[in-house]
Ligand binder design. Structure first.
Ligand code: ATP
Ligand code: MG
Length: 452
């Protein structure tokens, strides 16, 4: 696909003033209207017939040009939210920070946004708000399509496709950057990162997803601006971490997050433990992300609970060991550590309870899976979180933890028939019964979930 693009984009005007629009007409680019989702096409058509400007825009145009399957199709238009709503039977206005219109079709929702401007001089106070550090908190100033292009994050994300006449409108030399495989922020990088620190993560995410290089002016201020991520609301930062780790290029993204010091502000408790590049923590996290990427590749289910369980496990384990040294029983130490570590992470990325509960179960089962003699193994196998906990044992072993062959035992147990399973469990029971020194129990009962 890229060769095809190169062939198309050999125009003289390719390096003109980025404010000047370059229009690539039908035949000058590899897109065609049939590549566009039918419903998005219809939305553009209805808007254009009503006299508005309308384009398919953003990630889908980028992905189609690169030969990737777009996740969704977004539409941008000169029509105001109220005007959009009037044109469609099933449409509703949502959002406060950005007002957008959702047009409902039988198969899906098409997101329609009105062209917005990023020029604060003309903005009334009610429409555009900024914090002292320059961060935008509200942004509903409508503008022209050119202004809409320049308020977008990356040049590769600011291409406007008109399926009506099959033309691409490029205001920021985005097509050249796609062709050259470059991630470049639009406008002054430092200012744009200050306006919205999430753009730091988006730069890393798209560089990893597309395999593109980060252009040097874009890259230069990134480390310095990383700490601004602390100003992003914890629920939004949680959502962004899902996109970072659950979209198929988690390992590459993670390595960029480390390189640009962004990870320090995503899981601050873990970050110092990753300084030892040969250590178990970085191996565990990397392997968890490799496995996540592989599962996505194979269309298998992935859950944020497993990823976050891995991201926080080294921290939980270290703290739990401290509590054990102070005399707590292993289950009590683990439970107390888990509660504390989660409680510290929530103000950074607000992990919802539907994920923290299974995370704690995966961690708890790390102890239970060891005590597998007698009837226990059979019962554990039926635990709803068994599979995740077993995968977690394998992950720990893969990253260099010595669990005395626990993963192998459970692999064999699952494959064995009922009779052999009983034998295996009895054998373990015999060793578990053997009296050991210091078997005296210490510590109280586990604490209740502090986050519940
Ligand atoms: P994906 O494949 O992940 O959906 P996308 O590029 O479509 O990628 P979205 O998050 O869906 O990303 O956003 C749609 C478009 O909105 C982007 O392509 C970009 O033009 C613009 N955009 C999104 N987030 C920001 C931001 N934080 N700052 C500026 N523009 C943004
Ligand atoms: Mg999108």
């Amino acid at each position: 696909m890229l060769e095809r693009i190169t062939r198309f984009f050999t125009r003289e005007s390719a390096h003109s003033d980025p404010q000047e629009v370059q229009i690539y007409e039908d035949g000058e680019h590899p897109l065609s209207p049939d590549m566009i989702n039918r419903d998005a096409y219809k939305v553009v058509d209805v808007l254009q017939r009503a006299g508005f400007e309308a384009y398919v825009v953003g990630g889908c145009v980028r992905d189609l040009l690169i030969g990737l399957k777009p996740k969704d199709f977004d539409v941008a238009t000169s029509a105001k939210p109220g005007e959009i709503k009037e044109l469609f039977r099933r449409a509703r206005i949502i959002g406060r920070r950005f007002q957008i219109v959702h047009v409902q079709f039988s198969r899906e929702i098409i997101e329609v946004t009105t062209f917005r401007s990023n020029t604060s001089q003309t903005a009334g106070k009610n429409h555009r708000q900024q914090t002292d550090s320059g961060m935008l908190t509200r942004d509903n100033v409508f503008g022209t399509v050119e202004e809409d292009a320049s308020r977008r994050d990356l040049t590769v994300n600011a291409l406007y496709y008109d399926p009506g006449d099959n033309s691409i409108h490029d205001f920021t030399n985005g097509l050249d950057d796609i062709d050259d495989k470059i991630i470049r922020i639009i406008g002054d990088p430092e200012t744009r990162f200050r306006e919205d620190p999430v753009r730091l993560l988006r730069v890393a995410r798209f560089a990893a997803k597309l395999g593109f290089d980060i252009e040097s002016h874009t890259a230069n201020p990134m480390k310095q601006r990383a700490a601004d991520l602390q100003q992003v609301s914890p629920p939004r930062l949680f959502d962004e971490t899902l996109k970072l780790f659950m979209s198929g290029q988690a390992l590459d993204t993670f390595n960029l997050l480390l390189e640009y010091k962004l990870f320090d502000f995503i899981v601050p408790q873990l970050a110092p433990m990753l300084n030892d590049r040969q250590g178990i923590p970085i191996k565990l996290v990397s392997q968890a992300l490799i496995n996540t990427d592989k599962r996505i590749q194979a269309s298998q289910r992935v859950t944020p609970a497993f990823v976050y369980a891995a991201l926080l496990w080294p921290v939980v384990q270290k703290l739990a060991k401290n509590y054990e040294k102070q005399g707590s029983s292993p289950p009590y130490a683990l439970s107390k550590a888990a509660g504390e570590v989660i409680l510290k992470q929530i103000p950074v990325t607000a992990i919802p309870k539907r994920f923290t509960i299974p995370m704690r179960e995966i961690w708890d089962l790390q102890l239970h899976l060891r005590r597998r003699g007698g009837n226990r193994a059979k019962r554990l196998l039926e635990h709803p979180r068994f599979r995740a906990a077993y995968d977690f044992v394998l992950l720990r072993e893969e990253s260099g933890e010595d669990l005395e062959g626990l993963g192998e035992w459970w692999s064999a147990y699952q494959q064995a028939n009922a009779e052999s399973r009983e034998e295996m469990a009895d054998q373990v029971a015999a060793t578990e019964r053997r009296p050991r020194k210091n078997r005296r129990r210490r510590g109280g009962k586990p604490a209740a979930n502090p986050e519940s």
